[in-house]
Write a protein that binds this ligand. Structure first.
Ligand SMILES: Cc1cc2nc3c(=O)[nH]c(=O)nc-3n(C[C@H](O)[C@H](O)[C@H](O)COP(=O)(O)OP(=O)(O)OC[C@H]3O[C@@H](n4cnc5c(N)ncnc54)[C@H](O)[C@@H]3O)c2cc1C
Length: 536
C-alpha cells in the first residue's frame, strides 16, 4: 500500500490548487488548516519535516508576553493574552495554565512593587482569565520552592500564563493533520525552487528531496510561510514586500528534572532578560537567550551553554552545579522578527516588536507571513483565510470552526470507553500520566482507533521504547497517519522522545529497533543508522 506521503506527492501536480502554502511551521500549518476546513483546495510543502525549523525550538509557552509591558506594547500584550486565552479554551488538554514563580533581587532595574503592579496589570490585560497574581515574601518563597537561591532577594510574585503540554512541534503537527483531514495535500521533504506567475496562475517548481524528482505545482494564490526564509523565497520568485526579517537566536538546554513542582521558575538573567526553568515531562528545560545573528542557521555555542549554565547555577540551590555533562538535549533556533523593508538597520535590538505582519501583493495574488508566535496562531489562520477571500477565492464554508479539541459527547464517549476497558490500569505505573488523558490529548478522535487496537490485542498497549512512554499502537498510528520519513521526525517532532531521553540511552533502548521496523519496514536499519550517524 502506498504511504500517505507518496500518495500526496503523486497528487501535488494534479490540477490547480486554490492555495499553495510553502512552509509547514506553525504559520503555514494554521493557514492550511483554516483554508482547507473552510473548503479551499489546498496544498502544503516543507523542505524539511513539518515544524522542523523554528517551530520546534520555542519555549513551548502560549503567553501574553508580559515582558513587552516594559516597552509599553500594551496593544500587543492585550492581543497575545486574548490569543492565549482562546488557545486554553480551544485546547483544554493541550494548552494549560501554568504558574510563573518569579524572584526579585534587590537593585534590579525595576523595584519589586513596580513588577507586582505590572503582574496585576498583565492579569487585567488578560481579561482576568487566569488565576490572580500573588505576592510572595522571601519566607514563603523559601518554603514553596526551596530550590530557588534567595540570596539578595527581597520577595517575588506568581502569575499565570500557559504552556504546550506536549511540545511545539506536536502542536504544529496537529494542525497539519487537521488540514489533511479536510483534504489538504501536504508533503514534507519537498522543496520549492521558486515560483512564477503566468496566465494568472502560480507555477511553483518543487523537488522531492527524498527521490530527487521534480514537478510543478499550480495554484491561484501562493502563500510564503517560510519563516526565517521568507525573504529568500520571495527573492527566488521576484516578489517585493513591505517588510523583511532580522533574526534573534535563542537556545534552551534540557537537563534532569530539577524540581518536582509544576511551575515555571522565572528569573532575570545577568543580561536583564527573563529567564525560565520550564517543566518538560520528566525533564527541565532552561533558557532562553536573545542574540542577534545574521543567518537563520544557528547552533548552540560553548558561550551560550556557559551563559545558561552559569545563570542557572547562580539562581538555584543545587547539590552540585549543573555542567555540560548534565545536558540531555539542546534546542536552538532564530526568532524571525519583522522590520520595515527600507534598508535601515534596527535601533534597539532587544526592543524590536514581536508582532507578525501579512504582506499581500494583490496583483500577483501572493501572500507572505512575517514574524509571528505559536501563541497567536489562530489569528494567523483567520487572517490568511480573510486575505484569500480578498484575493477572489470563494470559501465554501466561511464560518466553519477549524480548530479546537473535539468536545462534549465525543470526549465523554472516549472517557466512557476507556473506563469500560480499564485502560488506565493496563499501563499503571509505567507512564507518568493517565493513559486515557494522554491519548485524548495527543490524538483527539483518532484515539478511538487506538482503543479498538488495544481491545483487539492487549500487546498494543505495551510501552515499546524503553524510557519513552510510547505504546505500540501509537507507533503504528504514526507509521500510518503521521508522515514519518526519517527517525528524527518521530523521535523529535511527533513525540519528544529525543528531548527527554539522552542519545546514549536511546541507542541501546529495548524496542527502538522494533519501533523502526513498524515505522519503516525493511528500511528500518538504514533509518536507524541515518539517525545516529553524525550524532556524538
Ligand atoms: C528560542 C525561541 C523561543 C520561542 N518561544 C516561543 C514561545 O514560547 N511561544 C511562542 O508563541 N513563540 C515562541 N517563539 C516564536 C515561534 O517559535 C516562531 O515565531 C514560530 O515558530 C515561527 O514559525 P514559522 O512558521 O514562521 O517558521 P518555521 O517554523 O521556521 O517554518 C518555516 C518552514 O518553511 C520551510 N521552508 C523554508 N524554505 C522552504 C522552501 N524553499 N521550500 C519548502 N519549505 C521551505 C522550513 O523548512 C520551515 O519548516 C520562539 C522562538 C524561538 C527561536
Amino acid at each position: 500500500m502506498p504511504s500517505l506521503r507518496s500518495s500526496n506527492l503523486a497528487r501535488l501536480d494534479e490540477g490547480t490548487y486554490d492555495l499553495l502554502v510553502i512552509g509547514g511551521g506553525i504559520n503555514g500549518a494554521v493557514a492550511a488548516a483554516c483554508a482547507a476546513a473552510r473548503g479551499l483546495r489546498v496544498a502544503l510543502i516543507d523542505r524539511g519535516d513539518f515544524a522542523g525549523f523554528t517551530s520546534q525550538q520555542s519555549s513551548n509557552l502560549a503567553w501574553g508576553g508580559i515582558k513587552y509591558l516594559e516597552t509599553f506594547e500594551f496593544g500587543l500584550v492585550s492581543k497575545l493574552c486574548a490569543s492565549r486565552n482562546q488557545l486554553i479554551r480551544a485546547y483544554p488538554s493541550t494548552v494549560k495554565e501554568i504558574r510563573f514563580f518569579t524572584t526579585h533581587t534587590k537593585g534590579f532595574r525595576h523595584g519589586l512593587w513596580k513588577l507586582i503592579l505590572g503582574a496585576w496589570f498583565y492579569w487585567f490585560l488578560g481579561r482576568f482569565f487566569t488565576k490572580t497574581p500573588r505576592l510572595l515574601s522571601v519566607r514563603e518563597m523559601a518554603k514553596e520552592e526551596p530550590i530557588v537561591n534567595l540570596d539578595g532577594a527581597d520577595g517575588g510574585f506568581e502569575y499565570s500564563d500557559a504552556y504546550l503540554h506536549d511540545n511545539d512541534a506536536r502542536f504544529v503537527w496537529n494542525f497539519i493533520r487537521s488540514a489533511l483531514d479536510h483534504g489538504c495535500v501536504a508533503a514534507n521533504y519537498v522543496e520549492s525552487q521558486g515560483s512564477e506567475r503566468t496566465d494568472d496562475v502560480w507555477h511553483t517548481r518543487v523537488r522531492d528531496l527524498e527521490s530527487g524528482a521534480e514537478k510543478v505545482i499550480r495554484s491561484r494564490v501562493l502563500l510564503n510561510a517560510c519563516g526565517p526564509f521568507v525573504d529568500d523565497e520571495n527573492d527566488k520568485s521576484g516578489v517585493r514586500t513591505e517588510h523583511k526579517h532580522v533574526f534573534s537566536k535563542g537556545i534552551h538546554l534540557i537537563v534532569r528534572r530539577l524540581t518536582p513542582s509544576r511551575r515555571v521558575l522565572t528569573f532575570f538573567a545577568d543580561d536583564g532578560r527573563l529567564f525560565f526553568v520550564i517543566p518538560m515531562g520528566p525533564r527541565t528545560c532552561i533558557g532562553t537567550t536573545d542574540t542577534r545573528v545574521t543567518s537563520p542557521h544557528s547552533e548552540v555555542t560553548a558561550e551560550d551553554r556557559a551563559f545558561v549554565l552559569s545563570n542557572i547555577n547562580k539562581r538555584l540551590r543545587l547539590d552540585a552545579p549543573l555542567t555540560e555533562a548534565d545536558i540531555v538535549a539542546e534546542r536552538c533556533g532564530v526568532r524571525p522578527l519583522v522590520v520595515a523593508n527600507t534598508g535601515g538597520d534596527t535601533k534597539d535590538w532587544l526592543q524590536l516588536s514581536r508582532k507578525h505582519a501579512v504582506d499581500v501583493d494583490y496583483a500577483k495574488k501572493h501572500i507572505s507571513i512575517y514574524g509571528g508566535k505559536l501563541t497567536d496562531c489562530l489569528n494567523v489562520g483567520e487572517e490568511i483565510a480573510a486575505v484569500c477571500t480578498k484575493l477572489g477565492l470563494v470559501l465554501p464554508y466561511p464560518d466553519r470552526v477549524w480548530y479546537g479539541e473535539p468536545r462534549g459527547a465525543a470526549r465523554e464517549e472516549f472517557v466512557h470507553q476507556a473506563k469500560l476497558m480499564d485502560l488506565d490500569a493496563l499501563v499503571a505505573g509505567t507512564l507518568s500520566e493517565k493513559l486515557s488523558s494522554r491519548l485524548w490529548r495527543r490524538y483527539g478522535s483518532a484515539a478511538f482507533g487506538m482503543l479498538e487496537d488495544i481491545r483487539r490485542d492487549a500487546r498494543n498497549a505495551e510501552v515499546l521504547i524503553e524510557n519513552a512512554e510510547y505504546l505500540r499502537c501509537e507507533i503504528e498510528h504514526a507509521a500510518r497517519c503521521e508522515m514519518v520519513v526519517r527517525l528524527d521526525d518521530f523521535l523529535r517532532r511527533r513525540s519528544k522522545i529525543s528531548l527527554v531521553v539522552a542519545d546514549a540511552v536511546l541507542r541501546d533502548a529495548d524496542g527502538l529497533k522494533e519501533a523502526c521496523e513498524i515505522l519503516f519496514g525493511d528500511r528500518a536499519s538504514a533509518k536507524l543508522d541515518e539517525y545516529f550517524a553524525g550524532r556524538p
